[in-house]
Design a protein. Sequence first.
Length: 181
Amino acid sequence: MLTQHDLISRRYCEWQRRMHADARPYGNRGEQWAPTVADVARRYGASSILDYGAGHGRLSSVLRESGFVCRDYDPAVQAFAGRPAFADLVTCTDVMEHVEPDRLEAVFTHIRQLARKAAFFVIATRPANKRLPNGGNAHLIIEPASWWHDRVVAAGFTVQDGPTVWPEKRPSACWVGVVTP
């Protein structure tokens, strides 16, 4: 069984907590993916959604207004730091590029264990505009879409056809995928 320490180091978790508490926006843009996630949930018959790396919980908030049963998980946000529950669909938007490289495999494993039917990833492939407390880029892993695709497959997921609904401003510098465990 994976522990929180397997997923994030204490030091990095504290940095993430500080960044989420900062007045500048950090971890609060998930709602832009709500129509896409709703489309994926309908396609897979998902009755429950877990937002993995939820930040401020904005994606789940919008999805709940549309009638979806959603839960949030984020080890760096006190309100969402508890043990996550299984869900039909696990969403992970703008999270994986923030994962410590030595914990990436464990995080993929964790998501695969939690997702009953499918997972939806949005992974940035460019540097972030934000800096960590040590001055480093907030995106710890900056790799092209093909690299991320290979990591997702190596983690045991099967990549499915992409979503049919996109945010108004479709991001160009990211890997977006619907996968099944």
